[in-house]
Design a binder for this molecule. Structure first.
Ligand code: MV4
Length: 521
């Protein structure tokens, strides 16, 4: 084994909630941290929390967080021994991983060759096949000859899906429902892939209708062990962006869990996988599962896995990056309780989830039993157009799914963010939704349940209430003479008509307060 070195100082090549998460994980291990920041992030939470911080350029990510050379220079300057890339930005960039290694810095992630191979969806599909996984019927090569594909389609059948080899995020994808659409769809997908990834290669698969998106967390070490940490249910997405995740999945029984886990470990072994990875599957209504892709990074939704397994994934990433063996074996991994995650975005749901920008003037996080908040912001934070609008992740844990949902709704009702519009109200609607609560969800859930972006929100009322809260809270800040407990926060920011159960706690408190006052008189 080559140059296993102790990790004593980690540079976090990221921002927002994930940078904060990694900084905290490092601190728990007694490891020093270095933040990097752009012009837009001078006062950001991750900069405050790190032991030191290095400025790396202007606000646009293409001039700061995406410039590998600047980040490696910052690591050298601060004598960081390792770089944690978080997710997004440079996290799945094989050249960056290689450049770290060339500079004598440990890249906390898989080997560059693994990133390259699995980043190519055609190569990943081939690797899945050689590891014995089931893939959707399709071709295992880039489409070059239309005649060959037309012949293949007699076996594959319609509907089919054209995908970009360099794809991800749904770019370069086209559903094809008949022979007559095939040629034009291949051309269109190829053009889109070329402009998005600089790589026009596309391939084709049978289209699996209304699937669930279920993924398996895997972990590999430098000693040949690969294990899985159970599944995450990630079906609730919007335009290929996950919104709500949970672990375990109500659709996955012990048998399916064992089979999917085994399949995920098989491709991990085939890839000689090092560190944290996620194997994505589509699961149809008959519980057939098809390999989709491998994400070679820590995922946004990793906390739900941490909550049900009790394993700190960042700690484990650092351990295996140092060359240590995994701290657990497959049989030691348990599954306890139920965890939900709601991504809190600065967006306007009824305006087609348009990003909402501005200064956060009031920020109050929920807490209490079974609640974990991973936030990248605080009061005073500026939400700009430059980065992903994810503000925070609200995670709820309980012994059962119902308990986790109750805690999630309680926490959503406690959450106060004023200054930007958020998806908090939208989240309440989803966690109160009967279909969601029954567990009968698929990737089509949001489109089917809420066509045309109608969520039953009354945002005029919410905004009015939010403005009132902001004004009163400002007044309180200025006067500072009130006791901590105050009726100010009983103002109901939620839409009153559709969200009874999520707001009932607040209303009851208000009623009791009144009756107490009456009694006093
Ligand atoms: C599919 C599929 C159906 N059949 N492949 C979407 C993004 C990319 N990772 C692959 N995706 C899909 N691949 C076959 N053969 C449906 C999707 C898909 C999807 C997958 C997961 C979560 C949400 C989705 C929304 C639309 C399409």
């Amino acid at each position: 084994m080559k140059t296993a070195r102790k990790i004593t100082r980690v540079l976090i090549a990221n921002r927002g909630e994930i940078a904060v998460r990694v900084i905290r994980g490092c601190r728990d291990m007694g490891i020093a941290t270095v933040a990097v920041f752009s012009d837009a992030d001078r006062d950001a939470l991750h900069v405050r929390l790190a032991d030191e911080a290095v400025h790396i350029g202007p606000a646009p990510a293409s001039e700061s967080y995406l410039i590998g050379a600047k980040i490696i220079a910052a690591a050298k300057e601060t004598e960081a021994t390792a770089i944690h890339p978080g997710y997004g930005f440079l996290s799945e960039n094989a050249e960056f991983a290689q450049a770290c290694s060339d500079a004598g810095i440990i890249f906390i992630g898989p080997k560059p060759e693994t990133i390259t191979t699995l980043g190519d969806k055609i190569q990943a599909r081939k690797m899945a096949l050689s590891a014995g996984l089931q893939v959707a019927p399709g071709v295992d090569m880039a489409i070059t000859d239309i005649a060959i594909i037309q012949k293949e389609m007699t076996h594959i059948g319609y509907p089919a899906l054209i995908k970009a080899a360099a794809g991800g995020g749904g770019k370069g994808m086209r559903i094809v429902r008949s022979d007559s659409e095939l040629v034009e769809a291949i051309a269109a997908a190829g053009r889109e892939a070329q402009s998005a990834f600089g790589d026009s290669r596309v391939f084709i698969e049978k289209y699996i209708e209304r699937p669930r998106h279920i993924e398996i967390q895997i972990f590999g070490d430098a000693h040949g062990s690969v294990v899985h940490l159970n599944e995450r249910e990630c079906s609730i997405q919007r335009r290929h962006q996950k919104v709500f995740e949970e672990a375990p999945s109500s659709f996955v029984d012990d048998d399916l869990r064992a089979r999917m886990g085994q399949a995920a470990v098989a491709i991990g072994k085939e890839a000689n996988y090092l560190g944290a990875g996620t194997v994505e599957f589509l699961v149809d209504s008959e519980k057939n599962f098809y390999f989709l892709e491998v994400n070679t990074r820590l995922q946004v939704e990793h906390p739900v896995t941490e909550l049900i397994t009790g394993i700190d994934l960042v700690r484990e990433q650092i351990n295996v990056a140092e060359g240590k063996p995994l701290s657990f074996t497959q049989s030691e991994i348990t599954l306890n309780g139920w965890a939900l995650e709601a991504r809190i975005y600065a967006e306007i749901p009824e305006d087609n989830f348009l990003p909402s920008t501005g200064k956060i003037t009031l920020y109050q996080e929920p807490s209490g039993p079974g609640i974990r908040v991973e936030s990248g912001v605080r009061a005073g934070s500026e939400v700009s157009v430059y980065y992903d609008p994810l503000l925070a992740k609200l995670c709820a844990y309980g012994a059962t799914r119902d308990e986790a949902i109750a805690r999630m709704l309680r926490a959503l009702a406690e959450y106060r963010i004023v200054g930007v519009n958020t998806t908090i109200e939208f989240s309440k609607v989803v966690f109160n939704d009967e279909t969601f609560r029954s567990g009968d969800i698929s990737t089509a859930f949001l489109n089917e349940r809420f066509p045309d972006n109608v969520y039953g929100l009354d945002n005029a009322k919410s905004r009015e209430a939010a403005a009132l809260i902001a004004a009163v809270s400002q007044f309180r800040e200025n006067s500072r003479s009130h006791p901590a407990q105050s009726s100010v926060y009983s103002v109901n920011v939620s839409a009153p008509n559709s969200l009874e159960s999520s707001t009932s706690a607040v209303s009851q408190w208000k009623r009791r307060g009144r009756s107490l006052m009456m009694r006093r008189k």
